[in-house]
Design a protein around this ligand. Structure first.
Ligand code: 5GP
Length: 473
């Protein structure tokens, strides 16, 4: 056995021991990465998993690479050495000149020269990659390629074992949910394995909410240098989440109040230094309201006692709905229109709107689950449309748009059915809380960040029959 073979054999022993241990997933994969890099006398190694849409790579374990390099930005699986995703082992002699390198600037800073990548394949499907990086130019030999490919196979098996464990755990948990009152998103069934270790439980809960609405997210994929001295970065900022579909960073500041001023300052600097970056800051209040909306603590139903103030009276509502209906009738003159509503909050608005539209309309409804249903990890269509909408003009009618996550999901769902046009009419627009910026064509009123009820809108099933819209105490 030569020296390399010796190192590889030792690495296999270490890898077998850690993957069969009870270590947390991230730690386990960091150790696998360290053993793999050590065996090939490489500078570093990263283990990555494809996101559910198979568009981005999440780093789930790494060794020997700097934080700045690891958090260089969203790694697009189709741009960064896409052949690996086709199941091939890819050896890159010169990272800096290779066109498939997505972040050559970062690679140069990290002094990376060559790369060896192998797919992680589970049941015939590529689910991720392992990449080895060197700091001197290298032509990888066949036995090194074999070695990395076997490490990738062991990682695939390990992830499958963890997934099975999670499944059994979830199954057990969902039996418990019958008796146990759920109080947070972390009590919801788990979505397929994403071994991200979050810095704070609120981040894990937020990730589950995004998962529920099938909003793609990456956790801390990019660090932004904010200040430097003599070529050394002295201050950095790493937003918690990046939502690639809508190109938005999100920072949660649910931790101690004392940290918030510092974070606000960093977000301000980020906006000044990187004006093209969109970032939203969710403070503790925003975050609690988001979860209270779905009936989770701490703003449980028992805290709501009664109507505090009427926001829009019956007469005001009738007047505004008539004017919206007139505008819609004019815009769709000579066309056949299908009004689609999501049950149940929209019933009053839909009925008044429809009665005031002067052109022929068809009517259909959908029902979808919400996180308040507390049984599904993913949003589900509970009632689909009764009729097809292909080549038809569709107007989605909504009671209220808040974060925009429901509407975003429904619009994606409906547009896949190829309607002739798809527009949105909402009675209320709570713009201040928007996370996903969906385009609204007709808006009754823009309202402040307050929880409203009445005219179809409920709080835990109550208040729907109030003829006005009110703010609760
Ligand atoms: P989104 O997905 O935009 O965050 O949430 C939209 C849904 O949340 C609405 O259809 C409605 O069911 C609920 N919602 C959001 N804000 C309020 C509110 O102030 N009052 C009530 N009753 N429901 C709301």
């Amino acid at each position: 056995m030569d020296a390399t073979e010796n190192r590889c054999s030792l690495a296999f022993k270490q890898i077998a021991r850690v993957t069969n241990s009870a270590l947390p997933v991230k730690k386990m994969l960091n150790l696998v990465a360290a053993s793999a890099a050590g065996a090939l006398q490489a500078a570093g190694c990263a283990v990555m998993l494809l996101n559910p849409q198979k568009e981005y790579l999440d780093i789930i374990g790494a060794s020997g690479l700097s934080d700045v390099y690891l958090r260089k930005g969203a790694l697009n699986a189709r741009k960064s050495y896409p052949d690996i995703l086709d199941g091939k082992i890819v050896a890159v002699d010169d990272i800096l000149t290779d066109k498939r390198t997505q972040y050559p600037g970062h690679a140069a800073q990290e002094n990376l020269k060559s790369l060896l990548g192998a797919p992680i394949v589970q049941k015939g499907e590529v689910i991720g990659e392992i990449r080895i990086y060197t700091r001197s130019k290298r032509r990888f030999k066949p036995h090194e390629k074999d070695f990395i490919s076997t490490v990738a196979d062991i990682i695939a098996l390990t992830l499958e074992k963890i997934e099975l464990y999670q499944y059994l755990n979830t199954h057990h948990q969902s039996n418990l949910t019958q008796q146990k009152k759920l109080t947070s998103f972390s009590d919801l069934p788990l979505t397929p394995i994403r071994p991200t270790s979050f810095g704070h439980p609120s981040e894990a809960e937020f990730a589950r909410l995004l998962d529920f609405y099938q909003v793609e997210w990456l956790y801390e994929p990019r660090s932004f240098p904010l200040s430097s001295q003599d070529d050394r970065i002295t201050e950095m900022f790493t937003p918690d989440f990046y939502l690639p579909e809508i190109d938005l960073y999100i920072e949660l500041t649910t931790a101690r109040q004392s940290l918030i001023t510092g974070k606000n300052h960093k977000v301000r600097m980020l906006k000044e230094l990187y004006p093209d970056i969109s970032i939203k800051l969710l403070n503790k209040g925003d975050y609690l309201k988001l979860f209270a909306k779905y009936g989770f603590i701490p703003l449980g139903e028992n805290k709501m006692t009664g109507v505090q103030r009427i926001l829009f009276s019956k007469t005001q509502l009738q007047r505004r709905v008539k004017s919206l209906a007139k505008q819609i009738s004019g815009d769709y003159q000579g066309q056949e229109l299908v009004l689609v509503g999501i049950l149940k909050g929209v019933v009053c608005f839909m009925s008044d709107l429809m009665l005031n539209i002067s052109i022929p309309v068809m009517l259909d409804f959908m029902a979808i689950s919400t996180p308040a249903d507390k049984s599904d990890a993913l949003i589900r269509i509970l009632k689909d449309l009764d009729t097809g909408i292909e080549n038809k003009h569709v107007l989605m009618v909504e009671d209220i748009v808040d974060t925009g996550m429901t509407l975003n999901y429904v619009l994606n769902y409906l547009s896949a059915r190829q309607p002739a046009s798809l527009k949105v009419c909402t009675l209320l627009d709570k713009r201040a809380r928007r996370l996903i910026d969906v385009h609204l064509d007709y808006v009754g009123y823009e309202i402040r960040d307050e929880f409203v009820v009445g005219y179809g809108l409920d709080m835990a099933g109550k208040y729907r029959n109030l003829p006005f819209i009110a703010v609760l105490e």
